[in-house]
Design a protein around this ligand. Sequence first.
Ligand SMILES: NC(=O)c1ccc[n+]([C@@H]2O[C@H](COP(=O)([O-])OP(=O)(O)OC[C@H]3O[C@@H](n4cnc5c(N)ncnc54)[C@H](OP(=O)(O)O)[C@@H]3O)[C@@H](O)[C@H]2O)c1
Length: 286
Amino acid sequence: MKIHVLVTGSNGQLGKSLSTLINNHTYNSLQFTFTTKATLDISNQKQIDTYFQSNNFNYCINCAAYTAVDKAEEEKEQAFLVNAIGAKNLAEVSKRYGVTLIHISTDFVFNGSKREPYLETDTPNPINVYGDSKLQGERFIQSTLKHYFIIRTSWLYSEFGNNFVKTMLRLGAEKKELHVVNDQIGSPTYAKDLAEVICKIVITKNTQFGLYHYSNQGILSWFEFAQAIFNVTQNNIQLKPIPTSGYPTPAKRPLYSVLSSSKIHQNLRIEEKKVLFSLKNCLQNI
Ligand SMILES: NC(=O)c1ccc[n+]([C@@H]2O[C@H](COP(=O)([O-])OP(=O)(O)OC[C@H]3O[C@@H](n4cnc5c(N)ncnc54)[C@H](OP(=O)(O)O)[C@@H]3O)[C@@H](O)[C@H]2O)c1
């Protein structure tokens, strides 16, 4: 019998990346139901309950989120409604109907004061509304459910939606010179790699529930990531490094948000993917 997997927020980067995997024979044992904000609103408790009651899901992969980091500063209520209350709703129905919840969180739960990769045991201390709302979502899940995986990831990009790689490609075609922030350090992560990690957890029916970090392997600034993008695409654009203070944004961002993926590699036997390898892979798919 197939494993029935509900995907919420499937019009986003991660949701679409998951949907590209369905034709891969490795995932033949999975039967996906993809829902979007229009068909299943995770902030609507009643709708979620009815949906879970009338379907027989084994897993719920929550790709739905409010991800507009800067806008969240003025739309706090909306950010919390999706990222905190939405996560709580899914945790409650997952508990009620015996579903394993796989939820995605963010490096932005940390304040960025550390100078070595963040572990799952490090204390979160978000410095913006988005990070705060995502942390609240994590806490609701942890206090409600036992059968959950929370996977924090960082600097997600893909061939879908809006992200740094696609922005650089667009600006690279329009401009001769570009200023990019050089003092925010993190690890870019290709959404397809994360989608594969999630599917591996499901097909192996892994029961080492809990909180995990997952990102591609490599520590870069946005400036260095832009350099890598333009090297691979052989674009000679002039790149100039600037400090965060030279590119003010409404939301503060952690200066260092590298996640240590050691726990997921060890516990779940997830293969490491290097930043440059995954970037090339994504650029081929764009
Ligand atoms: N993007 C990053 O750099 C990054 C970094 C670290 C962690 N993450 C996390 O990774 C996960 C996936 O991110 P992503 O980049 O794939 O996000 P995304 O592209 O912004 O997709 C999120 C999706 O959720 C949908 N959504 C919003 N509110 C909803 C609701 N109430 N009910 C159902 N769906 C709703 C959105 O629909 P609309 O577009 O119609 O609103 C969108 O399709 C998120 O949990 C995010 O917090 C992202």
